[in-house]
Design a protein around this ligand. Sequence first.
Ligand code: KG4
Ligand code: ZN
Length: 327
Amino acid sequence: MTLILGIETSCDDTSIAVVDKAGHVLACKTASQVEVHEGYGGIYPEFASRAHVAAIIPTLEATLNAADVSPDDLTAIGVTRGPGLIGSLLVGLHTASGLGAGWGLPVYGINHLRGHLRSALLEGGKVNYPAIVLLASGGHTLIAYMKDAASMELLGTTRDDSVGEAYDKVARMLNLGFPGGPIIDQVAKTGNPTTRFPRPMLGKGFEFSFSGLKSSVRRHMEKTPEAHVPDVAASFVAACMDVLIGKCKAAIEMYKPASLIVVGGVSASPQLRAGMADLCATKGVHLALPPQKWSTDNGAMIAMATFDYLGRQADLEINPNLPIGVL
Ligand code: KG4
Ligand code: ZN
């Protein structure tokens, strides 16, 4: 059996998993840094790398124990080499290199965005080609076309903030805490979309822009400080959904894909999952979503992506700005 150890330390989670070729996750352990960063309302890079150093070996041991495998059972190690925070990436890469040398295993540097892409194959997930991909996370918002499993054509990305960043900043504005995504989702469910915020770039190709939407929420709160927070959250979510779903609808109409792949931290949003399910049902397109717990950063998706790299020349160079088109 081919078993891969996946190590993810690109941002604020130290996450390590063992995954088999069928996408079954034998174990995935994650050390969260929410408590380290919550006082800052965002990620503090220097603290992130220190927390990775402290967490990585205990997380590794916990993963191997939970998976009940020893290093001898492993075929290869995959570790994120970008995009992400340099100091955080370094911790994962150096640890993986040391483990590979000590255990006599090949080590592959993995593109984090390819990890998100392959999260849709975990635990029985299937993708049919051609496919349209929406990757919506804290660092990225992009739409791409995949003619087949090996090709990748970027159709559009964001001109400013990512959608996840907008969720986090709006959550901070509304004093809801950090990380913003899941809290906004919860609060939005108890409100109504009473304010119509702008739908930036909707109907205008495949580029995104979320900075103006975030500023509209800020202006609204300045003008009406007594506004009902759940209604504001619901109105913000409605605007994000219209944009993300509207762009995927346009891409489906133009490219006639067999699957729509929706991945990245924001794909944990129940509103997004339900909206995309409706869209795909209407269009007769297969929807490929990761199980919700593998939407946000995790080692399992990095292990799954490593199957695409086996037998290739390994590249362990850190690239904080690695684009999705590069393996
Ligand atoms: O993929 P991810 O874990 O990290 C990056 O690669 O950036 O994505 C993190 C982003 C954060 O901005 C977070 O607010 C958002 O995903 N997020 C969500 C949810 N869970 C996480 N956004 C909406 N709804 C959620 N349930
Ligand atoms: Zn990510």
